[in-house]
Design a protein around this ligand. Structure first.
Ligand code: 8YV
Length: 340
């Protein structure tokens, strides 16, 4: 009771919504907080973000906003950063923990949608959907040919998944039980036998996966350790008929090395939803026909993007009104007591 009286007397906490988001979510947050919302989606520099955050306790952000020691230093009132993304390599979590700032992400709600997209990109790539569509639209289709845009099969092929978290497992289930694929995976830690059986996947070393797979799908988180997991040496281990799909993060693939491998036919094709330094795309990738390029949309179904935004909002509301956040990344911050 005393707590709620005190809450009434205090000004409502201030938060920043760093990017445009569903108006309903902004309205909901405005019921709890003094909201500064970037609904124009202006591209803020780090110093503009720091400026917006002055005196504010919460940040609703996407994977595009970097939360590092400099930002934290410049924003001493900040208590929580809620990412509308499952990946959180935009957070320096150690620096956040050191400053007592909670980080939250949005796991679970996007798993199936992102796995669907992994398959969409794989199929578009292996079956040359985009190349053939451009050919038709540009008026080049004057007659049918037996080998026109002949690609490689998905059903019955070997799928190699690198990174076997929730999304990797959802992709494995689609491959094994939907398309009759032989599914191999590599992960930092091997899954338990029941989990392996439930997703129809077999653990192998990374080099064996690269050598044996017809299609390689990357679903691992980005970190200093996973930087350039796929570079020239790894591409050289893949079959010349293989496809590579990256729905994980830019920087996991050496995009320059990939562009060269595609141009020289060292692998057949690639599908990329994420890029090093996005929204910039390596200029050589834009020149090769055997790559499908999409602008980081793997989680972009309307219900899923809404669920991600709702989860980020749930975390902010819970934490800044004295409740328990749903998906904390550094729960040690919680054990140090409620925010002042
Ligand atoms: C996000 C993603 O849409 O969740 C992630 O980690 O990569 C995407 O689903 C994007 O990062 C915007 O936050």
């Amino acid at each position: 009771m005393a707590g709620s009286v005190q809450q009434d007397r205090r000004a409502r906490p201030g938060i920043v919504i760093a990017r445009a988001v569903f108006p309903e979510v902004v309205e909901r947050l405005a019921q709890h907080f003094d909201v500064l919302a970037n609904q124009q989606d202006a591209l803020w520099t780090p110093s503009q973000l720091a400026q917006a955050l002055q005196g504010r306790a919460g940040l609703f952000c996407t994977a595009s906003e970097r939360v590092d020691a400099d930002l934290l230093q410049a924003c001493p009132a900040l208590r929580i950063c809620a990412n509308m993304a499952v990946g959180f390599n935009n957070f320096d979590l150690d620096a956040m923990t050191a400053r007592g700032v909670l980080g939250t992400n949005a796991p679970g709600v996007l798993t199936e949608t992102t796995a669907d997209f992994g398959f969409a990109l794989l199929m578009a790539t292996a079956r040359r959907v985009c190349e053939s569509e451009h050919y038709l639209r540009s008026g080049q289709w004057t007659r049918w040919r037996y080998d026109m845009f002949a690609g490689s099969d998905i059903h019955g092929a070997t799928l190699g998944i690198i990174g076997m978290g929730r999304i990797g497992q959802a992709i494995a289930r689609r491959g094994a039980f939907g398309f009759g694929m032989r599914v191999l995976y590599h992960n930092r830690t091997r899954l338990g036998p029941e989990v392996e059986a439930a997703c129809g996947a077999r653990y192998v070393e990374r080099d064996a996966l690269l050598a044996q797979s017809d299609h390689v799908m990357l679903v691992l988180p980005y970190s200093a350790q996973s930087h350039h997991t796929i570079g020239a040496a790894e591409l050289a281990r893949m079959k010349p008929t293989a496809t590579l799909v990256n729905i994980a993060r830019g920087g996991i693939v050496d995009d320059g090395a990939l562009a060269r491998a595609l141009r020289e036919g060292r692998i057949a094709a690639a599908g990329l939803d994420v890029f090093e330094g996005e929204p910039q795309v390596h200029p050589e990738l834009l020149q090769v026909p055997n790559v499908v390029l999409t602008p980081h949309i793997a989680s972009a179904s309307v219900p899923t993007r809404r669920a991600m935004a709702d989860l980020a909002a749930d975390n902010l509301v819970a934490y800044l009104t004295g409740g328990t956040p749903v998906t904390p990344l550094n729960p040690i911050v919680l054990s140090r007591g409620a925010p002042a």
